[in-house]
Design a binder for this molecule. Structure first.
Ligand SMILES: [Mn+2]
Length: 304
C-alpha cells in the first residue's frame, strides 16, 4: 500500500515538473548555510523600487506602465520575507515567521501553494492571510481548488484526496479567496510568479536545461522570482535573466528538511533555512490516512 502511494506521488511530481523530478534522484547537496549574491545586471538595472500585482495579460502589454497600485520602496526599507510553497505546514511557517521577525522583516511576499498537500490547510491559510503581504500570488494548488489538476491517472487518487482534504478544511470562502489571487506580481522590477513566467506547473531546474528559454515566455533582462520545484537556488538564466527560487517553507526537496525561504533587502536575496518540529508536522499529516503517508515522509526527509 505504501509503495503504491509512493509510486502515485512520483507520477504526480513527474507530471508537473519532469526536470526537477529527475534531479530529485541526483541527491542534491543540501543548502546548509545562508548565502548571498551580488545583484547581476538584471537586478541592478531595476532600481525603481515598486510592488504591484498584475494579470499575465497586463504583464505582456504594459510592463513599463505606471500603476496607481504601485507600492514604492526605498533601498533602506526593512527586509521582505519571501515565502513560497508553504503547503499547509503551520509548524514550519510559525518557525519561519519568528525568524523573519528577528531578522527585521516587516512585510512578506507570498508566492503560492499555501494550504493543500499539508497537515494544517485552514490554519496555515489564515495565518498567511493575516500577514502584511506586499505581494500575494496564486500557485497551482490554489488553482486546483476549482480546476481539474493536470496530472496523469496514476497520480489522481493522491491528488484528489489531498485537494478534497484541503477544500474541507478551508471552507468555501477561503477556497474562493485563494482561487481568486493573481497569477503574477512585481517587486522592484522583479517578476514574481509561481513556476515560471509561462506556467504555474513548469519551472526552472537548479542546473541549466536546454529548453528553458521557452519558460520565460518572452521575459528578458530582469530577475525572475519563482518557486514550485521546492529547491532553493539562484543562477543566471537565458535572455540576461537571473533565476531565483527561495525554496519551500513547508516541504523542501533538496534533502534538508528545514524550512527554506529568503529575505529580500536592498536589492539582494539572502537564502535562509529554519529548523522546526518536523516530526510534529509529519505526525499531523498521518492523521489524514494512508494516502497522506508519502506527504508525511516528504516532510520528514526533505525529499521523496
Ligand atoms: Mn506548485
Amino acid at each position: 500500500m505504501e509503495q503504491a502511494t509512493s509510486t502515485e506521488w512520483r507520477a504526480f511530481v513527474k507530471s508537473t515538473d519532469d526536470v526537477t523530478f529527475r534531479l530529485a534522484d541526483c541527491l542534491l547537496q543540501a543548502v546548509t548555510r545562508t548565502t548571498r549574491w551580488t545583484p547581476s545586471r538584471a537586478t541592478r538595472s531595476s532600481h525603481r523600487p515598486a510592488f504591484r500585482t498584475r494579470s499575465r495579460c497586463w504583464a505582456t502589454k504594459h510592463r513599463n506602465a505606471s500603476a496607481s497600485s504601485v507600492h514604492r520602496r526605498q533601498m533602506s526599507d526593512p527586509p521582505v520575507a519571501l515565502l513560497y510553497d508553504i503547503h499547509g505546514n503551520l509548524a514550519a511557517l510559525e518557525a519561519v515567521l519568528a525568524e523573519a521577525e528577528n531578522a527585521g522583516a516587516t512585510s512578506y511576499l507570498l508566492g503560492g501553494d499555501y494550504a493543500s498537500f499539508g497537515p494544517w490547510p485552514r490554519e496555515t491559510a489564515e495565518v498567511l492571510e493575516s500577514l502584511p503581504a506586499i505581494a500575494r500570488i496564486r500557485g497551482n494548488v490554489e488553482r486546483w481548488l476549482r480546476e481539474e489538476p493536470e496530472v496523469p491517472e496514476s497520480a489522481r487518487p493522491l491528488v484528489t484526496a489531498a485537494l478534497t482534504a484541503a477544500r474541507e478544511s478551508l471552507g468555501p470562502e477561503l477556497v474562493e479567496r485563494l482561487y481568486g489571487l493573481p497569477d503574477q506580481a512585481e517587486l522592484d522590477g522583479i517578476l514574481v510568479c509561481h513556476g515560471s513566467p509561462l506556467s504555474d506547473i513548469e519551472s526552472f531546474a537548479p542546473e541549466p536545461q536546454p529548453d528553458e528559454e521557452r519558460m520565460l515566455a518572452g521575459e528578458a533582462d530582469r530577475t525572475i522570482l519563482f518557486g514550485h520545484s521546492h529547491r532553493q537556488f539562484e543562477r543566471p538564466g537565458p535572455n540576461d535573466t537571473l533565476l531565483v527560487n527561495p525554496g519551500s517553507v513547508g516541504a523542501p526537496l533538496d534533502g534538508d528538511p528545514r524550512a527554506a525561504w529568503a529575505l529580500y533587502e536592498s536589492g539582494r536575496f539572502g537564502f535562509r533555512r529554519t529548523a522546526y518540529d518536523v516530526e510534529r508536522a509529519a505526525a499531523q499529516m498521518r492523521f489524514y490516512g494512508d494516502w497522506a503517508d508519502p506527504i508525511a515522509r516528504r516532510i520528514e526527509r526533505g525529499s521523496y
